[in-house]
Write a protein that binds this ligand. Structure first.
Ligand SMILES: [Zn+2]
Length: 157
């Protein structure tokens, strides 16, 4: 290659598009070497100033950290759990006490019911109600309706 590199060829060579003929010309031509070196220096200066500007203008962005158990949101969660426990445990205790009391009451009620039924049964099985029993000897019973009472009446006389 006898002619010098054009501006476009120098730009392409600086950007990496190089042919063996250009390489051979640049190895022997001082003028093209100076022009290529000047463009490379300008580009590298631009690159360094752009990096410096970016580093200078870059603002620190706060990176959110993972919440830890002692941070406020977790503290609210723990407080809510404690509140639930504080209300649930006494409620459960009173409920179980209520259950056992109800069970005892049921047993007592059953005993009272049994006693009442027995009392009613004995009163029903009587021929005459208890308060009227002293009057039984004074009453004349129908003879064919109830022989046992008649017999009792006769034995009482
Ligand atoms: Zn040249």
């Amino acid at each position: 290659m006898t002619r010098h590199l054009s501006d476009e060829e120098i730009s392409a060579w600086v950007l990496g598009e190089r042919t063996p003929m250009q390489e051979a010309h640049l190895a022997g031509c001082r003028e093209c070497g100076i022009r290529t070196g000047r463009l490379q220096a300008a580009l590298s200066g631009f690159r360094e100033s752009a990096i410096a500007w970016a580093a200078r203008e870059q603002h620190a962005v706060p990176v959110p950290t993972a919440p830890r158990w002692w941070q406020p949101r977790s503290q609210w969660l723990l407080a809510a759990a404690a509140l639930v426990l504080m209300t649930a445990v006494p409620a459960y205790r009173s409920y179980s006490a209520h259950l056992s009391a109800a069970r005892e009451r049921t047993v007592l009620d059953a005993a009272e019911d049994t006693a009442l039924l027995n009392q009613v049964d004995t009163q029903i099985s009587r021929a005459v109600p208890g308060p009227m029993e002293p009057l039984v000897p004074l009453v004349a019973w129908n003879t064919d309706a109830n022989d046992t009472h008649k017999g009792n009446n006769e034995t009482n006389r």
